[in-house]
Ligand binder design. Structure first.
Ligand SMILES: NC(=O)c1ccc[n+]([C@@H]2O[C@H](COP(=O)([O-])OP(=O)(O)OC[C@H]3O[C@@H](n4cnc5c(N)ncnc54)[C@H](O)[C@@H]3O)[C@@H](O)[C@H]2O)c1
Length: 326
């Protein structure tokens, strides 16, 4: 079985490619390298291009006998999506629609899609399960929400089978693959940059939320656990399983200050903190109910502890001081 991995040179995509290859699966990566790193996937067959390039997608399917697709490729900066929504709908929704059309025309009808907890919007209850109303509060969330609806329509009309995986906060690293975003907006890599002296301090956006220490609580999921869930989702579809929307998270929440404290412990370094005003649209808590992932995919996180997650990211940072540039 050959699998097309779009966005496979990115953070979560490259970790998934690594695991697929360990399982002797033939993997082909399509990535435009807008944010990805060629070095993240070493000798994996690679095409530099856009997922919306239908001719290229059809050629890859034909040449490599692609049977399924794992679709990571997207832009994922929430703030930018608010100031430049056109960029997000064109890339994340329109290009994904083109990709799906090219796959269906090539008779590829199994797809695993990277969705997001941002499709839920402000939580009405915690932990968030898949039945929670979806009302995104930014264009990034809407761009993924719309793709989910397209997938449902294509299932009904064309028999496309999908698993959408609604991730909470991806974090950590495998031995080979780590997080190298530019710009970096995620908390854990920035906390570790502060620990290493690359940043003077960590900005904490709001310390007056209705949480025990006043800072936002998030559900961090190790990137290796995410990768494992993708392999299980592919197996589910290959075995004739039904289409499904599935949350991926630990079901555990850690506050910003707890993450920083854990990073101090792991790194043995001082990490200075600067309290800044709240950011618009940051809910106090986001925690997943991921029990459906266990019921449908037999998946549960193996690296749930925050120190385990941070240690893996710290080890990767020490081995790659300049990210993939090193
Ligand atoms: N990182 C998280 O915490 C998180 C949480 C929820 C959902 N997600 C989703 O998971 C996916 C992967 O996230 P990531 O953190 O690995 O991001 P990333 O930016 O590291 O990887 C995305 C990759 O897609 C590529 N890409 C973007 N648009 C493309 C296009 N049109 N054609 C070809 N390649 C394109 C980029 O070059 C990049 O390599 C994204 O879809 C994101 O929305 C991520």
């Amino acid at each position: 079985m050959a699998v097309l991995v779009t966005g496979g040179a990115g953070y979560i995509g490259s970790a998934t490619v690594e695991l697929l290859r360990e399982g002797d699966v033939d993997v082909i990566v399509l990535d435009n390298l807008d944010y990805g790193h060629r070095d993240a996937i070493c000798d994996v067959p690679f095409y530099k291009g856009n997922v919306g390039d239908s001719d290229l997608v059809k050629r890859i399917v034909l040449e490599h006998g692609i049977e399924s697709c794992v679709h990571f490729a997207a832009y994922a900066y929430v703030g930018e999506s608010v100031t430049d929504p056109a960029k997000y709908f064109a890339n994340n929704t329109v290009q994904t629609n083109d990709l799906l059309n090219a796959l269906i025309e090539s008779d590829v009808k199994n797809i695993v899609f990277s969705s997001t907890c941002a499709t839920y919007g402000d939580p009405q209850y915690i932990p968030i399960d898949e039945m929670h109303p979806q009302k995104p509060i930014n264009p990034y969330g809407w761009s993924k929400f719309m793709t989910e609806r397209i997938l449902e329509s294509y299932d009904s009309a064309y028999g496309l089978k999908f698993v959408t995986l609604r991730y909470f906060n991806a974090a950590g690293a495998t031995a080979k693959c780590g997080e190298h975003h530019d710009p970096e907006t995620h908390l854990i890599p920035n906390v570790l940059r502060a620990a290493d002296g690359d940043l003077p301090f960590v900005s904490v956006f709001g310390d007056d939320y209705d949480t025990p220490d006043g800072t936002c609580i998030r559900d961090y999921i190790h990137v290796a656990d995410l990768a494992d869930a993708h392999l299980r989702a592919l197996d589910h579809l290959k075995g004739g399983g039904d289409s499904a929307h599935i949350n991926l998270g630990n079901g555990l929440g850690f506050s910003v200050l707890e993450v920083i404290e854990a990073a101090r412990k792991v790194s043995g370094r001082t990490i200075d903190v600067k309290i800044e005003p709240r950011r618009t649209g940051d809910p106090a808590r986001l925690i997943a109910n991921a029990s459906k992932a266990f019921e449908v995919l037999g998946w549960k996180p193996e690296n749930a502890g925050i120190e385990t997650i941070i240690r893996s990211a710290w080890d990767w940072k020490k081995a790659h001081p300049n990210g993939y540039a090193s």
